[in-house]
Design a protein around this ligand. Structure first.
Ligand SMILES: Nc1ncnc2c1ncn2[C@@H]1O[C@H](COP(=O)(O)OP(=O)(O)OP(=O)(O)O)[C@@H](O)[C@H]1O
Ligand SMILES: [Mg+2]
Length: 217
């Protein structure tokens, strides 16, 4: 079921970001509406990755304003992005290469885990119930991305396109309302690109996830 494009949920106004003398972003403005897929395209070094890092609170622009659901967002730290249901993938795949697909996707649930360390260690009460819920969600993501056959495979052994898909899975496991994708199709062959494109459209369509994606020209 397709979700209708809604109100503006993220509004960036006149953003400028510098690293010493390097101007990464100069007076950039754009907004993102609920449920839309917003593509940001630009050449090498244009500041695309920096833009995503501004959105999720890793970089703090020297100038400009950011509004999130209509409220001006003051200094946001990266962990707050997860609380606000913003998830991302990285330009260079950020996964644990020696860990299985399943375990990597499970790491996407970490910010949602509430039981404390002792409860987890002893596997009782809240921890047990929670873990079952997390596993269920992770299995849903695995089904959705059609990677059942590789769920036990260490990520480092997979071809590039599948690693990118697993990384998408890690982000989806957090059940984001907004998904930031940094060059999700870069370096892929045609078939891998078609697959990734289909999954991105399906995420948007089935879950209503708002997507901001960056691509090279
Ligand atoms: N943490 C940082 N410290 C210093 N300079 C940085 C940092 N991050 C980015 N830059 C600089 O900011 C500019 C924009 O970089 P950014 O990575 O955002 O561009 P990009 O559009 O994502 O490029 P690419 O297409 O290569 O991925 C570059 O000149 C880069 O060197
Ligand atoms: Mg980049």
């Amino acid at each position: 079921m397709s979700k209708k494009i809604g109100d503006v949920i993220l509004d960036l106004q006149n953003i400028s970001l510098r690293f010493g003398g390097v101007k990464a972003l100069t007076d950039i403005s754009f907004d993102v509406r609920q449920h839309e897929i917003r593509a940001i395209i630009g050449p090498n070094g244009a500041g695309k990755s920096s833009m995503l890092n501004v959105i999720n609170g890793v970089y703090h622009p020297q100038e400009g304003k950011i509004f999130w659901h209509g409220n001006e967002r003051k200094r946001m730290e990266p962990h707050m992005a997860a609380q606000q249901n913003i998830a991302r993938t990285f330009q260079n795949i950020a996964l644990f290469k020696g860990m299985s697909v399943l375990d990597n996707i499970m790491t996407g649930r970490i910010t949602k885990m509430k039981a404390n360390f002792i409860e987890h260690a002893l596997w009782f009460g809240r921890a047990r119930k929670e873990e079952l819920e997390h596993r269920k969600k992770v299995e849903e993501v695995i089904d959705f991305l059609e990677i059942q056959h590789i769920r036990k495979t260490p990520v480092g052994r997979l071809p590039y396109g599948l690693q990118k898909r697993v990384e998408l899975g890690r982000a989806l496991a957090a059940e984001p309302s907004m998904l930031l994708l940094d060059e999700p199709m870069a370096g892929m062959n045609v078939e891998e690109k078609q697959d990734m494109c289909r999954f991105i459209l399906d995420v948007n369509d089935q879950f209503g996830t708002t997507i901001v994606l960056i691509e090279h020209e």
